[in-house]
Design a binder for this molecule. Sequence first.
Ligand code: GLN
Length: 541
Amino acid sequence: MDKSKKLTRYIFITGGVLSSLGKGIASASIGLLLKQSGFSVTLMKLDPYINVDPGTMNPFQHGEVYVTDDGAETDLDLGHYERFLGESLSKKNNHTTGQVYLEVIERERRGEYLGKTVQVIPHITDTIKSKMKLFDGKKDFVIIEIGGTVGDIESLPFLEAQRQMYIDLGRKRVLNIHLTYVPYIKSSGELKTKPTQHSVKSLMEYGIRPDILLARSENKFSKDIKQKISLFCNVEEKSVIDVPDATHTIYEVPLSLKQQGLNNIILDKFEMEQVEPELDEFKKFVDRIKRPANEVTVGLVGKYTQYRDSYKSILEAFIHAGSINNTRVNVEMIDSEQITTENVADKVGHLDGVLIGPGFGHRGIEGKINAIKYIRENNIPFFGICLGLQVATIEYARNVCGLTRANSAEFEINDQNVIDLMESQKNVKEKGGTMRLGAYPAILSKDSLAYQAYKTTEISERHRHRFEVNNSFRDILVQNGLKLSATSPDGNLVEIIELPNHPWYVGVQFHPELKSRVIIGHPLFIGFIKAALKEHKRKEK
Ligand code: GLN
């Protein structure tokens, strides 16, 4: 037998009662606790929808699309996993019903089922199990989050696969955790356990008995509530864990779970020895979020601002960079469509820094241009991400280089397309998964803000775009003072722009927010918040 092969244990996390209870954060928190206990861990998300990937889904409906190094467009929960675990995941960590069916149907078309009737059980469920086992022998623990809520029609094949995994591998290798909700009824002043009882009952109907219950509630709950849940749900009392709303930050969740001994309850169930997780650095990181010495207010300009999940990773990257700078980062969400030349000073003048976010389509572009002109001229720190870099280039071309018609070919095709479709995109017809996706290297020039932040000349960052700075306009931009401080290794693609005579003005073609992690953050976000802190002190004078 191969000695390097690990005995992999599986932890399934299902959700009940309602969605948005924070299953992703609970899963990521368990991942962090086990990793800090010295185990190798990975996390997987199984999404019940039929889309083949979330890449083509509207950010209003689905939140941001999270891109991995290997270019998978995934669910935003993968972001939580990477941030908490401090590791990069891949295509193997996210699977949708759509992908599973596509694979089975393609196999059927090739005649690989040899004339058999192709069915949900066993063909779909076997394919799901093969995904669940992708890390078998490679990790100590695989934590598998099943998307959706128990009782949904769509999640059924995933739950059936989970049930079979328990039968195949046994209780020493499979653990079922169920996250539910215990609502507080104000009028009677009571916490209600009935929804939890019902949701456990539905789970049992699928043949899954929860080993551990995580019960979300507004407040911590008393021993008698635990006893009641334990009795009616058939789960031992110490395995009923309450997950009260985090008062300051989601990063308190791992600490609260640890306090209730969840990590050791898990190890115990697997009949493994107890371990004390190493959480000193993480605790300091969380303490600085809760009690920072300084404060700044930055603006996040975009068109999906009513729905904060559309900018999830950016908001998390601000929290990380804030902790590292010992600073609370207040974020004002600013709808780009509302910014005019008349109101721009009111909208952004008071801010300590402005980030122009990623996006698609022409809506809100002129508002972003108004904002960038103002912050460029008034020396407010500026951070442009992807579309943010592209709009900054348009603004510079129009207002400094005198190219009054300057625009991106995404919005208007004309003779001044300073932003143009990448050569490699010109023949692309299908929409799903066809952008320039995933990690690519870039080379930084040493005399740049970017180099000051990264402290290295070679970086690798994740991308998700079709357009780029048009190389025919490079000379005129540079002659007028724009600095192209990083390009792809062959020099063909502009990756970072800067303005030397400005306190902090950086636009990037990639998505640095996708690589910000707890404790260490991301160099550019750390640099931006540091600059915002300086601006805050200047404004106070
Ligand atoms: N729409 C732009 C492009 O495709 C920017 C994309 C983005 O901001 N992620 O290049």
